[in-house]
Ligand binder design. Structure first.
Ligand code: GLU
Length: 549
C-alpha cells in the first residue's frame, strides 16, 4: 500500500524550529584546502571514563597517516550516549592523549574547542544533525517511529522464534512507516515518545566496500529502518558518524573492527545524501594469549587494556608508541634495527603493512621494547621523563631527583658511554627502585653479604680498602688496589684459578667485588662499582663502607 505523504508537512511537524539547510552547512564547513594525498582523520572516543589501549592504537595510526601526508588529525568527542556519561571523562581522555604524546591539530582540548570545524563534541552539534535529519525527512527518507520498548521486545521475540534477522524492517516497520500525517500529529499531541528512523529499502542486493586494511568487503545492502535520532533528539553513532565525518571533511575513518557489521548503514547514508564516502580502515581487535589460547582483551580481567595502566606503571610514552608500531606495522622492528638512532616519527607508516588478525598485546614484548627505548635515551631525557612521572606518582622520589639533580643525571649516565649500553631501566616505576641506592634517603640493604667471606676477612678487607682508597683513582688504578688486597687475603684474583683449584683459595675476586657492591648499593645486582662510587661521591662511599668495619 503506497500512502501519499506530504514530506514538507512532516518535516515541519517534526522539526518546526529547524531553518538551516545542508547547503549552508557545506559553506560553513568548506572542503579543506590540502594537497590531494593529505589524510584528514580523527579519533572519536566516547568519554566513558575508561580510556583504553584501543583508543591510543587507533590514534597512532591516524596521527601517523595524517602527519606523514601533510594532513590533519583531530579529536572528536563522541558523547551521544547519555547513559555512559561520566563526570570528568573528557578531561581524563584529553590528558591521557597528552601524556602519550598524541598531537592533535584540531578538536576538543582542555580549554574548549580548537579549529574551524567546531564544535567537536557531538552533544553540541545537535543543530547540525537536525538540519540533515530534516533534509532527509523532506526527501521522504525518514519517519517518526512510536514503537515502545515493550513492542520492540515483542518484535524481537517473534523474530527469534521465526529465526529471522532482528531489527525494524519490512513488515515489522510497516505500522509506523505508514502512519498518516494526522496520526503522527495526534501521537505528538499526546506526548508519545518517538525516534526518527531511516526508511530502509526492502532489498536483497549486496554492496562492495573497499576497506583499506582488509580489501574488498562484500556485504548485504542495508534494509533496516535504523534509528537516526533517539527520543531525546540526540543522534545515534551511525548518523553522527556520517554527518560529522562529512562536515569535518575526514578522508579516512580509522576505527575498530567491531564497526564492520554496521557499515551497510553508513554506506546507505552516504549514498542517500550524495556524499563521498571516506576510506574505511577497520583495525584489528586487541588480543592476549592466555593458557596458550588467543582471546580478546577484557576490561574486567586485563588491567593492561586501560591506558591508565601504562601511566601508573610508568611505561614511557615513546615505549608505548614503539610497541604499538611493532603491533601495527610488520616491518617496524626491521626498520628499528636498521635505524637505531632515528625518531620513531621517521618510520614510514603504511596501511598496507597492517595486520588484520588480532593484535597481540604481549607485556613481555612491551618490556623489551621499553628497555630498548630507554637505553637509547640521553640521561637528560631520562631525567626529564622520570621526574615528570614521579611528580604525579612518586612525589617523594621527585623531591630527591630535584635535590640531587646532578647525582641523578650521573647515575642515569652509568653504563651509557660505551659501545654496549646497559639495559637496566624498564619503566619509570622500576627506575625509581633501581636508582634508590644512589640516595641515602632511599638506600636499603636488600642482599646479604657473600657467605664465602668470613666476618674477619670482611673487616680486614674493608679496612685495607678504606686505608688505600683514593676517590680520584681512575678505574684501573682502583681495580689494581682491589686485586692487591684480594690476593693478600688469600682469594684468587683470577676467577678461573679458583675454579680449577678451589682448595688453594678462600674464594675469588668475584666474592670480593660482590661484597663491595653489596656494601655500596645494598644489592648484588648493580652497575660497575667504580662508576657507582664516582656517582655517589667520596663521602657516601666512605660512610657506607665504614658500616662494615
Ligand atoms: N565512538 C566510537 C567508539 O568509541 C568511535 C568509532 C569511530 O571512530 O568512528 O568506538
Amino acid at each position: 500500500m503506497i500512502i501519499f505523504m506530504n514530506y514538507q508537512a512532516l518535516a515541519n511537524l517534526l522539526f518546526p524550529d529547524v531553518t538551516g539547510t545542508p547547503e549552508e552547512l557545506e559553506q560553513r564547513f568548506p572542503e579543506r584546502n590540502l594537497p590531494e594525498q593529505a589524510v584528514v582523520t580523527r579519533i572519536g572516543p566516547s568519554p566513558t571514563g575508561f580510556v583504553h589501549l584501543g583508543n591510543l592504537y587507533n590514534a597512532v595510526i591516524g596521527e601517523r597517516l595524517a602527519h606523514q601526508s601533510g594532513g590533519v588529525f583531530y579529536l572528536r568527542i563522541e558523547d551521544t550516549d547519555e547513559k555512559r556519561k561520566v563526570e570528568g571523562a573528557v578531561e581524563t581522555l584529553i590528558s591521557a592523549m597528552q601524556y602519550f604524546g598524541v598531537n592533535f591539530d584540531e578538536g576538543a582540548t582542555a580549554d574548549g574547542d580548537n579549529g574551524n570545524y567546531a564544535p567537536y563534541r557531538q552533544r553540541q552539534r545537535k543543530e547540525i544533525y537536525h538540519i540533515i535529519a530534516k533534509y532527509l525527512t523532506l526527501q521522504g527518507k525518514t519517519y517518526p517511529c512510536f514503537l515502545t520498548a515493550e513492542e520492540i521486545d515483542a518484535i524481537r521475540e517473534q523474530q527469534t522464534a521465526n529465526k529471522e534477522n532482528p531489527g525494524i524492517y519490512g513488515k515489522y516497520a510497516e505500522a509506523n512507516r505508514n502512519l498518516t500525517l494526522e496520526q503522527i500529529q495526534e501521537n505528538l499531541n499526546a506526548g508519545k515518545s518517538w525516534v526518527l528512523r531511516f526508511r530502509g529499502e526492502d532489498t536483497e542486493e549486496s554492496i562492495l566496500v573497499q576497506d583499506a586494511v582488509r580489501g574488498e568487503l562484500r556485504m548485504p545492502r542495508n534494509n533496516m529502518d535504523f534509528v537516526l535520532l533517539k527520543s531525546d533528539g540526540i543522534p545515534t553513532y551511525h548518523f553522527a558518524h556520517v554527518v560529522d565525518d562529512h562536515f569535518m571533511r575526514s578522508t579516512h575513518v580509522i576505527r575498530g573492527e567491531e564497526w564492520i557489521s554496521s557499515l551497510p548503514m553508513h554506506v546507505e547514508l552516504f549514498n542517500t545524501l550524495g556524499w563521498k564516502q571516506p576510506v574505511y580502515c577497520h583495525t584489528a581487535t586487541l588480543m592476549k594469549i592466555e593458557d596458550g589460547k588467543k582471546r580478546k582483551l577484557s576490561k574486567r580481567k586485563d588491567p593492561e587494556l586501560a591506558l591508565a595502566y601504562y601511566q601508573q606503571e610508568g611505561i614511557c610514552p615513546e615505549a608505548v608508541w614503539e610497541f604499538l608500531l611493532t603491533l601495527l606495522n610488520s616491518n617496524f622492528e626491521e626498520w628499528r634495527l636498521a635505524n637505531p638512532e632515528a625518531d620513531y616519527h621517521e618510520f614510514p607508516y603504511t596501511i598496507e603493512k597492517m595486520s588484520i588478525s588480532g593484535a597481540l598485546v604481549d607485556l613481555d614484548k612491551l618490556r623489551d621494547v621499553s628497555k630498548e627505548v630507554l637505553s637509547r635515551m640521553t640521561a637528560e631525557n631520562l631525567y626529564a621523563g622520570l621526574l615528570a612521572w614521579c611528580e604525579e606518582y612518586q612525589t617523594s622520589f621527585a623531591e630527591l631527583l630535584k635535590v640531587y639533580h646532578d647525582r641523578a643525571i650521573k647515575a642515569l649516565n652509568v653504563g651509557r658511554g660505551g659501545a654496549k649500553v646497559r639495559k637496566d631501566l624498564e619503566n619509570w616505576k622500576q627506575a625509581c627502585e633501581f636508582l634508590s641506592f644512589y640516595f641515602d634517603e632511599t638506600f636499603t640493604q636488600q642482599d646479604n653479604m657473600p657467605e664465602e667471606i668470613s666476618e674477619t676477612d670482611r673487616k680486614a678487607f674493608f679496612k685495607e680498602y678504606l686505608d688505600s682508597y683514593q676517590h680520584s683513582d681512575d678505574s684501573s688504578a682502583w681495580f689494581a688496589k682491589v686485586k692487591e688486597i684480594t690476593e693478600k687475603l688469600g682469594y684468587a684474583v683470577k676467577p678461573k684459578d679458583f675454579k680449577k683449584h678451589p682448595e688453594d683459595y678462600k674464594g675469588s675476586i668475584i666474592h670480593i667485588t660482590n661484597m663491595i657492591r653489596i656494601a655500596l648499593t645494598g644489592r648484588a645486582n648493580a652497575p660497575d662499582i667504580w662508576e657507582v662510587s664516582q656517582v655517589l661521591g667520596e663521602e657516601i662511599v666512605i660512610s657506607r663502607l665504614q658500616k662494615w668495619l
